[in-house]
Design a protein around this ligand. Structure first.
Ligand code: ADP
Ligand code: MG
Length: 626
């Protein structure tokens, strides 16, 4: 039932746009007919625009003013409408109403467009379930094809694909999508899971209890909801100054009336004062830019993201999976303790099978495909984002993770072991340590290749004055090597998720405008804290759900392009604002001197709006000059 309602809500937003587009089209045609002097009915076509576009404006202004003493630009428009109608200047009235309606239509369109883009990605990346068969082999299957009774595994940071009951493992789940409660709920064996909710830090197996009729809908709703929030955020410059504009216009109009005794002049002042082009300045540019970005595989969640993006001074990058492919290969294994490598890897693979981390996936692949290590079972698995993963295998406590995490667990790494590690670190390999029963048991070295366009992207950002900083959970050595190769001079290594967050917070407090780009569960807090959070590529659902932008294409160049596009958009908006303000002042002066009548005034007005729309429309075909 709830799902049905949400679906309907999503559909209404497009229907609203279509309905308003029809109103605007009809009004525009009627105005055009009037300009051409074609009126077979014997009354001016402008009345069509007055009724269709003007009446709602009058109504809203009246409700706003008498209801809550709200002085918005709508009030000025309403006054101008009434004044022109009183003077018999129907065309002027119709035209002003038409332009205002066009502005709000474009704004709605931008929001609907952003929303449908997000819907497309949830459709393009259908929800899959990791089905585990009797032999313990995992297979990825579309959620729709999973049968009741199947065993499904859910890893940290993933959307739970189906309704069911947990039969193994423990975790906490963000159920806000389904129930509205925002604190995560702890779940363990015997608890029910809801499709579409977000698994946070644990991993579990569940038995499916209901087949998925429409399992992706919850995810769509999660995206769409946040778009709704954004809708109100496109701040109209004209509205910020509304009170002054309205009173200023009234004062000048009254002054002109008093000085000249000419009502038509005063009315013309009111008409040309209407901030039509000013209202169009931002939404037209943002709508065009959202479209241009979507075509490049970059989805924008809120209209004002562009405003924030344009001011970014620093980009903080996650390393694994963002600057690098996140498809690492095991380059070497070293055992420190009494167990041999294969024995150690058997325990490691048992734990890592439940982790979503790219390093974990590489280790599991290596164990299964290269060494043909059989899978054994694990208990009490916990993922520790940014640190590693823990589990109990055959009564042994196995931890796999970073050097820092080992130190936190009071596991010492002997110097002799350290020398084995050095060589791989120099090559930029990530090092994952293994502790078994609180003793260092060995290390696994993974080489991850940086994306071919990473270095060029960093350089391009430098070129436009944007600093790059790398924040990684990986150790100092590997971080330094990769940073050097990419030409990044600032980096922080051994970052836990909270360190990434603090780094962002610190920079923001120092006045920097920070964009965080990341893909993992460990990046989510930082993404939420940044001025703009960008979920990159095949990011986990958790990261995507807190970010402002999703770079679906997985092309890192798009991050630089996005910043450039945002700056261009801001420039277009600035030009639009300056131009429309100048035009308004000029028109007001001419009207006050009596050189501009109501109809001509309305036309000059119109020309300004058309120019603003055209200027913004150029953004649609924006291409970066490199
Ligand atoms: P990044 O910030 O570069 O994306 P993460 O914060 O995800 O890296 O991980 C930081 C470090 O924590 C890794 O380099 C690794 O040593 C360790 N780690 C995290 N999760 C795991 C895991 N599941 N298995 C092994 N090591 C892990
Ligand atoms: Mg990452």
């Amino acid at each position: 039932m709830k799902k049905e309602n949400e679906k309907k809500k999503a559909a209404t937003s497009w229907n609203g746009v279509k309905w308003n587009a029809a109103v605007v089209a009809i009004s525009g045609a009627a105005l055009l007919a009037d300009v051409c002097g074609w009126n077979p009915w014997g009354w001016s076509g402008a009345w069509v625009a007055v009724v269709l576009c003007g009446v709602p404006i009058l109504w809203e202004a009246a409700v706003g003013f008498f209801g809550s003493l709200n002085v918005k630009t709508g009030l000025l428009v309403a006054l101008a409408l009434v004044a022109s109608l009183a003077l018999g200047e129907t065309f002027a009235a119709g035209e002003v109403a038409f332009i205002m309606k066009l502005g709000s239509l474009l704004e709605e369109w931008a929001v609907a467009r952003a929303r449908s883009g997000l819907e497309t990605i949830t459709e393009l990346t259908p929800l899959t379930a990791r089905v585990v068969d009797e032999n313990g082999v995992e297979r990825n299957v579309a959620a729709e094809e999973v049968v009741v009774g199947a065993r499904v595994r859910v890893l940290p940071g993933e959307t739970i694909p189906l309704d069911g009951e947990i039969i193994f493992g423990a975790t906490s789940v963000d159920q806000s999508v389904a129930t509205g409660e925002s604190t995560p709920v702890d779940k363990t064996i015997g608890d029910k899971t809801l499709s579409g909710t977000l698994n946070l830090f644990g991993a579990f197996d569940m038995t499916v209890e209901r087949i998925a009729a429409d399992s992706s809908i919850q995810r769509t709703i999660r995206w769409a909801r946040s778009v709704d929030v954004g809708k109100t955020r496109i701040v109209r410059i004209a509205d910020r100054w509304a009170t002054y504009v309205v009173f200023g216009a009234l004062a000048i109009a009254l002054g002109v009336w008093g000085a000249t005794g000419d009502v038509a002049r005063a009315a013309t002042v009111l008409i040309v004062f209407c901030p039509c082009a000013l209202t169009l300045a931002t939404p037209t540019a943002v709508a065009a830019a959202v479209g241009a970005a979507a075509r490049r595989g970059v989805l924008i969640r809120e209209g004002d993201v562009f405003e924030r993006l344009a001011t970014i001074s620093t980009v903080c990058w996650d390393k694994t999976g963002t600057l690098t492919f996140g498809k690492p290969e095991v380059a070497g294994v070293a055992a420190f303790g009494e167990r041999d490598e294969k024995e150690m890897l058997t325990d490691v693979a048992a734990v890592e099978r439940f982790s979503e981390h790219p390093l974990a996936k590489a280790i599991v692949r290596y164990c299964r495909e290269t060494l043909a290590i059989p899978s054994v079972s694990v208990e009490r698995f916990v993922a520790e984002p940014g640190r590693g993963a823990f589990g109990v295998v055959d009564d042994k406590e196995v931890f796999v993770g970073s050097a820092r995490a080992l130190a936190e667990r009071n596991v010492a790494i002997l110097d002799e072991a350290q020398t084995k590690v050095e060589r791989f670190v120099k090559d930029g390999c990530a090092v994952v340590y293994v502790a078994i029963d609180v003793a260092a048991a060995g290390a696994i070295f993974l080489s991850d290749v940086e994306r071919s366009t990473s270095a060029a992207t960093i350089k391009r950002l430098q070129h436009i004055g944007v600093r790059s900083v790398m924040l990684t959970g990986d150790g100092e050595g590997a971080a330094a090597t990769i940073a050097k190769r990419l030409g990044i001079d600032e980096f922080a290594a051994s970052c836990l998720p909270e360190n990434k967050l603090e780094e962002i917070a610190k920079r923001r407090e120092a006045g920097e405008r920070v964009c965080m780009v990341g893909d993992g569960v460990n990046d989510a807090p930082a993404l939420a804290k940044a001025t703009v959070g960008v979920a990159f590529g095949n990011s986990c659902d958790f990261a995507a759900s807190v970010a402002d932008v999703a770079v679906v294409s997985g092309d890192i160049k798009e991050v630089a392009s996005l910043l450039a596009l945002a700056r261009r958009t801001a420039a277009v908006v600035r030009f639009n604002l300056a131009f429309s303000l100048a035009l308004n002042f000029l028109a007001v002066a001419l009207a006050a001197c009596g050189w501009l009548g109501p109809t001509l005034g309305a036309l000059a007005h119109n020309a300004g709006s058309v120019l603003v729309i055209a200027n913004s429309a150029f953004l649609t075909s924006w291409r970066e000059k490199v």
